[in-house]
Write a protein that binds this ligand. Structure first.
Ligand SMILES: N[C@@H](CCC(=O)N[C@@H](CS)C(=O)NCC(=O)O)C(=O)O
Length: 118
């Protein structure tokens, strides 16, 4: 077979900008893992050099200068809950939210009233 006939599809994995001690990043990592979505991690140290979240390169990813951020489907998403909703809508396998609408409302209430303020 001629080389020109062999087509290689480049698969771009989602990229999660994350810090290992960031609970907001844990949320997204847990959601990706539960849904069995393969992804790459780009570590952003919130400590090193005054915080890599403040460097120009990362500010282009998230102007809020916070992790997590997720690059997926050609978009950059920020805010952990927003990212989880996107994953739930676009990748419904292994649902994060209950099917029952009342239970779903309860989960949303708990999230909105998260005492950690995240
Ligand atoms: N509401 C945001 C909060 C994000 C947030 O506070 N991230 C923290 C780590 S958990 C952070 O990046 N802090 C660095 C900073 O504020 O300089 C979310 O849920 O994604």
């Amino acid at each position: 077979m001629k080389d020109s006939k062999i087509k290689t599809l480049a698969v771009t994995l989602p990229v999660l900008y994350s810090y290992w001690r960031s609970s907001c990043s844990w949320r997204v990592r847990i959601a990706l893992n539960l849904k069995e979505i393969p992804y790459d991690i780009k570590p952003i140290s919130l400590i090193k050099a005054g915080g890599e979240q403040h460097c120009n390169e990362f500010r282009d990813v998230n102007p809020m200068e916070q992790v997590p951020a997720l690059q997926i489907d050609g978009h950059t998403l920020i805010e952990s809950l927003n990212i989880m909703h996107y994953l739930e809508e676009t990748r419904p396998q292994r649902a994060l939210m209950p099917q029952d609408v009342h239970k779903r409302a309860k989960v949303m209430y708990d999230k909105v009233n998260d005492r950690n303020g995240f």
